[in-house]
Write a protein that binds this ligand. Sequence first.
Ligand code: MN
Ligand code: MN
Length: 483
Amino acid sequence: MDKNEEKKSAAKELEEKLTFEFKTAWEPGNKEKLDAINSFADEYKLALDSGKTEREFVNFTSAYLESKGFKLLETYSELKTGDRVYQLVRGKGLLAAIIGENDPLQGFNLIGSHVDSPRLDLKPNPLYESSDLALMKTHYYGGIKKYHWVAQPLALHGVMIKKGGEKVEVIIGEDASDPVLYISDLLPHLAADQMKKTAASVVEGEELNVLIGGLPYPDEDAKNRVKLAVLNLLFEKYGVTEREFITAELEIVPAVKARDVGLDRSFLGAYGQDDRVCAYTSLRALTDLEEAPKRTAVLLMYDKEETGSGGNTGASSFLYPYYQQQIVRLMLGHEPSSLELSQNIINSTMLSSDVTNAFDPTFASVSEPQNSCYTGRGMALNKYTGARGKGGTSDASAEYFDEVVRLLEENDISWQTGEMGKVDQGGGGTVAVYQAELGLEVIDCGVPLLSMHSCFEVSSKVDVYETYRGYRAFYENMRNDRV
Ligand code: MN
Ligand code: MN
């Protein structure tokens, strides 16, 4: 070895000691781990296909929890270590817990995600007939690019309340034998004017009209025979009339199923991964716990994140802390004082579990490569979110961020960090602010997505798996040395 080489290896050594970079989470030679990643992804795909709305995902989750021994909160008169309990939040949100060994006043370990996704809702009075077509008017929900929703197969999901109060669940367009619904686009041959518009207005909100029928009712006496024939089909199938659309909650979602993406199947594509990828991984992290944790492990699924977390099912609703208080009461065995309830909350630690942008080389200009999350590099942690000068965010403390990172590293979880886009490029918020206001420790984390908020969002399977492992490590080990 000559002198030059010796010098180089010393520099190399110093480089390894002093510098830091995130690496791929894939271990292509580890067959066992690849199998685990793929089978987890297969189970996740089934969950996505059976829960395309917040209600459906909550229904899927409660059935899954029941199959894993969880029981409704109202069935317990006391809660002991190892008890498995859950509570629906008006059918669109959910809270579940495994009771830990520690005193509830020492705080819980919480993971909160959201189960609503951007979509098109039907307007209260949606049905009309025009030019021999039966159509339905929509009002979009959440942040969408409206042009994504035209010229592709769509499904109708939701609930209608019949006269007399009976609820019927509607799903049209998911079964292979079902028809799908459709929003038309303009043919390029006649789109000269449309193509001059900006992308925000190339398809307008009032142009998102859903095609639902074209066959006239046989009797020529009726006014709008195509609309009447559609109403007749709905009446025969569901027993509903036009009046019942007014109170209904009906959502138009992409009819596409979750699929593997890429020849190597390393990606998973589906509608609604924001944020059901975090909902599913945290659900599995909770239900796969083999032993009761030291600190009570709590799963929260919120609704209405995509419209600002308002309403009685959103993250700012009183119902979530209310049910947490009920758990504290049943653990203590006495009516807790307001001081005791506050102690439970402020001593809790939380992961605000939501997706983030994955760096996309095709659209590299909106991101700052050194501070971006990448597909395939594991669970993403975001110290803060927000827009402009970090407006509208909860900024996790250095101490708590470090505590979470140490936990992940001790458990050999691949993690990474990044901001959502360049400074002043845009931004976004999560539910973290609402929990942070209560005083507990919280940090944003989750899975990076390509094409977030599109009709077919893409995640890397290894990121999904590492996030699941990270959540599980959090439930098992976060502050479990404190009693
Ligand atoms: Mn989200
Ligand atoms: Mn979102």
